[in-house]
Design a protein around this ligand. Structure first.
Ligand code: ZN
Length: 245
């Protein structure tokens, strides 16, 4: 009991002393990349609204954390800028917000993505991304080191991707029983290749699906979803502390 109290105090002490942060990335933006659009509804606008709202929720759930955003307005931000921004801040989690669209209007629901390190072009894409972001080639030794680092971080990204869907399901189920929670998916997005921290992409729903579209435009639904997302990040970053509450 004594040791438990001491280690809890030490943990809290470290938490206050160190600067912690989470990156919330509003997908797309600016004049050249609106993302998915349906009539007057644009993905870039929705992701910015959601990013600002998620930021507020995270600040409430994680008072010792800073929340930083590659864009806080409607402006063009390249993938390289987003990656460099995140890595400079050296945060503990990276959440990129998106909304989906499909020709099949029946498709609906929330899904999360994290990096697929098993794809056949993984090494080549890693080299290309590094070259684009850093402006020089990765040496063979650096490539091996980077691959090892990515595989460790990717495991954590996977945990965050799973946690996000579980918590959203838990928090939304009572009020929005019809919300579809899709599976966690893996892909080789450049953004996820370049960011050097646990990183996921959230597709918060389908603009092409009427139910999802109405919900995403509904402030009450969005707040519930964003609160659940913030709780998921908290449970991922502070698993022992979350269990105590
Ligand atoms: Zn998108």
């Amino acid at each position: 009991m004594m040791f438990a109290t001491q280690s809890l105090l030490l943990f809290l002490f470290r938490m206050v002393l160190t600067t912690h942060c989470v990156v919330v990335d509003a997908g797309h933006g600016g004049d050249h990349d609106a993302g998915a659009t349906l009539g007057t509804i644009k993905e870039k606008t929705l992701t910015l609204t959601m990013a600002n709202e998620l930021r507020e929720q995270l600040l409430q759930q994680l008072p010792h954390y800073q929340v930083v955003m590659p864009r806080g307005t409607d402006r063009d931000v390249s993938l390289g800028e987003r990656i460099r921004f995140a890595n400079q801040h050296d945060c503990e989690a990276f959440i990129s917000l998106h909304v989906n669209s499909s020709r099949n209007a029946q498709l609906s629901g929330i899904e999360t993505f994290y990096l697929d390190t098993f794809k056949s072009r993984f090494q080549q894409r890693l080299r290309e991304t590094f070259m684009r972001i850093e402006g020089h080639r990765l040496s063979v030794t650096d490539l091996i080191a980077r691959e090892l680092e990515i595989k460790t971080v990717t495991q954590q990204s996977g945990e965050l991707a799973v946690r996000m869907l579980k918590t959203v399901h838990r928090e939304l189920a009572s009020e929005y029983a019809g919300v579809r929670i899709n599976s966690v998916k893996r892909d080789i997005f450049e953004l996820l290749l370049g960011v050097r921290m646990p990183a996921i992409l959230v597709e918060a729903g389908y603009l092409s699906n009427e139910n999802d579209r109405q919900r995403l435009q509904n402030t009450h639904y969005r707040h519930l979803l964003e609160k659940a997302m913030a709780l998921a990040v908290k449970e991922f970053l502070q698993p022992s502390l979350s269990k105590m509450q």
